[in-house]
Design a protein around this ligand. Structure first.
Ligand SMILES: *Cc1c(COP(=O)(O)O)cnc(C)c1O
Length: 389
């Protein structure tokens, strides 16, 4: 009864959302803070004043939202919270992301460089469809965002997974070597998940320079606002660069389902072609209003990111004092393990105390936990539980 292609599907398993008791949820890298008041106001206003709009189809191309995103990026220099947020304080690679004179986007991001979609997961699926063929492997790190292999299965794209280096960083040389061998595209998250480590913009620049020019190079910047460096300024140098971003993490909007691409107008057009062949109206009217309002209150989100980064650094100090091995983090989560304690067991013990963290059964990272950074109160509760492990 089912189509042949169904056997290629290996659906993504999201962080669990059990309802048997109220859990502190630190397993899906959501932001612990609500969206800006401006978003609530815009949504209420849209529902009351413009309710007739909901009887009509929304703008299929989210033009006002794309303009708001472009203007936000121009205003912030690419990294939302850049002005205030710094990388981990003990972070050797310590991307200090103050967008001072040297960290402004050296050109104007225009709305035609933006594609807006229903969460970056959907955006990514269109990127996979538009740019990756089944005739050659897509090169990616062995451990990176686990939705990429899911889409590869869906679209029948072979993968070439390159192991991370022993310090968990991306093996840039090996990735390039593999990509050149097969004239392939490259994709990874920067900062990467679940490792929380980022590459500097200069390192990305060197990588794109050496990668196949006629293939798209994708950088997923879901976590960049928590202490990474954006590659947006590189768009004037590389026509094959596609940057994917989301409102789900630093913009406190996982429930709004908004993601976007920043790239050349030409590549944005190709993604739009895929969209118009599959789902003409991916971003509903209410989400468009919420997104536009979000882009206008970057100061608020900068403050949220600053709080998260502060709690993260405190938490990392705490874990290290307790003998945990913790990677430096440029994200809103930490990746950690304790010698002699399996990831599975610590995950379960923490869950028994009412806190959800993420554990992966994936070979190579099964000893680790990925823990989302929450509010001060949530982290205090977690520290109390982890003190007993
Ligand atoms: C969370 C995450 C996404 C998905 O974001 P949505 O916009 O919620 O679909 C994409 N990429 C990475 C690396 C993520 O961590």
């Amino acid at each position: 009864m089912i189509a042949q292609r169904m056997k290629n599907l290996h659906p993504y398993v999201p962080g669990e959302q059990p309802k048997d008791r109220p859990y502190i949820k630190l397993n899906a890298n959501e932001n612990p803070y609500p969206p800006s008041q401006e978003v609530s106001k815009a949504v209420v206003k849209a529902a009351k004043k413009y309710s007739q709009k909901m009887a009509l189809y929304p703008d299929p191309d989210s033009n006002e939202l794309k303009a708001a995103i472009a203007s936000m990026l121009n205003q912030c220099g690419g990294v939302l919270a850049g002005a205030e947020v710094k990388g981990g304080k003990k972070n050797g690679s310590g991307a200090k992301v103050t967008p001072g004179a040297g960290d402004k986007i050296p050109f104007e991001v225009t709305p035609d460089m933006i594609y807006a979609g229903n969460g970056s997961d959907e955006v990514l699926s269109f990127v996979f469809y538009a740019f990756f063929d089944g005739d050659r492997p897509l090169v990616l790190p062995e451990h990176t965002y686990s939705f990429y292999p899911v889409y590869a299965g869906f679209y029948n794209i072979p993968l070439n997974k390159v192991p991370l280096k022993s310090d968990w960083s991306i093996d840039r040389e090996k990735m390039l070597e593999e990509a050149k061998k097969t004239d392939s595209s490259i994709i990874f998250a920067n900062p990467n998940a679940p490792t929380s480590l980022g590459l500097s913009r200069e390192e990305i620049r060197e990588m794109i320079k050496a990668a196949p020019e006629d293939r798209v190079f994708v950088v997923d910047e879901a976590y960049v606002d928590f202490g990474g460096e954006s590659s947006i300024p590189l768009l004037s140098e590389f026509k094959n660069l596609v940057i994917v971003r989301t409102f789900s993490k630093s913009m406190c909007g996982a429930g709004m389902r908004l993601g976007y691409v920043v790239s050349s107008p030409e590549l944005v057009n190709h993604i739009t072609t895929v969209k118009n062949s599959l789902n003409h109206f991916p971003v509903d009217f209410m989400a468009q209003q919420a997104g536009i309002a979000s882009c206008r209150d970057t100061g608020y989100y900068a403050e949220c990111a600053k709080s998260v980064a502060f709690e993260r650094d405190e938490f990392i100090d705490f874990l290290r004092e307790k003998g945990w091995y913790v990677l430096d983090s440029q994200t809103n989560f930490v990746f950690c393990k304790k010698e002699g304690l399996s990831g599975e067991v610590s995950y379960r013990k923490i869950k028994e105390q009412g806190i959800l963290v993420r554990h992966f059964n994936t070979p190579g990272i099964e000893d680790y936990l990925r823990i989302t950074v929450g509010t001060h109160g949530q982290m205090a509760a977690l520290k109390k539980v982890m003190s007993t492990l």
